[in-house]
Design a protein around this ligand. Structure first.
Ligand SMILES: NC(=O)c1ccc[n+]([C@@H]2O[C@H](COP(=O)([O-])OP(=O)(O)OC[C@H]3O[C@@H](n4cnc5c(N)ncnc54)[C@H](OP(=O)(O)O)[C@@H]3O)[C@@H](O)[C@H]2O)c1
Length: 282
């Protein structure tokens, strides 16, 4: 295996490993705990979970039974939009901590915007979790430019990140610019476009040139951009290992540019009609 030392990225208030293990979908409990454990054993120190995924208990079990100390692992979890009002939000955080079997998470996110509850109320509950020490850092997910501007104005505590869909097949210039204007890190969910870009001829050609896999090239294109963190998910052990072994090479300017051109595909993979806000038009 090549180097698996994952760089740490500094944001407002915290320092997050540039690659995390996404835990959205597992076939069963046993393989979930095994795979999360494997991710820790091969060097991951950042796990991305959510109450909605049902994976918090497996993340908790893997961490509890692993030799890596809890304080060395960055845990992100999320509160769903069904729990956006202050009381439900607080209850959801309590359940997440209990399920994870931890006293705090490193990052707590509003999973999706909720148009039926005033954003100020949800942000107040989010900030309260931080002030009570239940979350070291707080943030949002799937927020557009206008929602993010509003959140920055109304949140009583600094926002650490906006977790958004970002990969080589989608143009996200407007929201990226807004995140960086507010000094936020960008966390990319579905960084491999759920596999859609892995057979792309441009990415495959660059992969051959660098003697890497297409997934490694697609992830490297993201983490080589300043302030960008990725949380790929993989069920195959080989993929889990590959996805962190991307820090012993750099893509050239030419290849970075060639991959950027693929953004004209404008493929949005995560777009649930019942939850999605009106996305920024690029
Ligand atoms: N905030 C949000 O609303 C939100 C939404 C969606 C996702 N997320 C987060 O983002 C994480 C990642 O998203 P995702 O799982 O939907 O999509 P993804 O990471 O873009 O893609 C996962 C797919 O890529 C494949 N893959 C992974 N590494 C590979 C490699 N090295 N070579 C070849 N194929 C590889 C996986 O195959 P195998 O499983 O066969 O290895 C799987 O089919 C989630 O787990 C979750 O934590 C957040």
């Amino acid at each position: 295996m090549a180097s698996n030392k994952i760089p740490i990225i500094a944001g407002q208030g915290g320092q997050i490993p540039a690659v995390g293990y996404g835990t959205m979908l597992f076939p069963d409990a046993e393989s979930a705990v095994e795979l999360i454990t494997h991710s820790l054993n091969c060097g991951y120190r950042h796990i991305d979970t959510a109450r909605k995924y049902g994976s918090e208990k497996w993340v908790g079990e893997a961490i509890r039974t692993n030799r890596v100390p809890r304080e060395d692992i960055w845990i992100t979890t999320k509160v769903t939009e069904e729990n956006a009002n202050a009381d439900d939000f607080a209850r959801s955080v309590e359940i997440s901590l209990k399920t994870l079997d931890v006293t705090y998470v490193d990052l707590l996110l509003i999973h999706w915007p909720q148009p039926n509850v005033p954003l100020e109320e949800t942000l107040g509950a989010l900030a309260k979790s931080k002030r009570e020490g239940l979350a070291k850092n707080i943030g949002v997910s799937n927020f557009t430019v206008s929602l993010l501007d509003e959140a920055i104005n109304k949140c009583p505590e600094p926002i650490f990140t906006n977790q958004i869909e970002y990969h080589a097949y989608i143009r996200q210039n407007k929201i990226l610019t807004a995140c960086f204007r507010h000094n936020l890190l960008v966390t990319c969910h579905v960084p491999l476009a759920r596999g859609a870009l892995l057979s792309d001829p441009v990415i495959s050609k660059i992969a051959k040139l660098y003697d890497r896999t297409p997934a490694q090239i697609a992830l490297k294109w993201l983490v080589q951009q300043p302030g960008v963190v990725v949380v790929p998910r993989a069920l195959e052990v080989r993929h889990i290992e590959e996805n962190i072994n991307i820090f012993d090479f750099e893509l050239g300017e030419k290849e970075m540019g060639q991959i950027s051109e693929l953004q004209s595909n404008n493929l949005r993979v995560v777009n649930p009609p019942e939850r999605s806000p009106e996305w920024d038009k690029e």
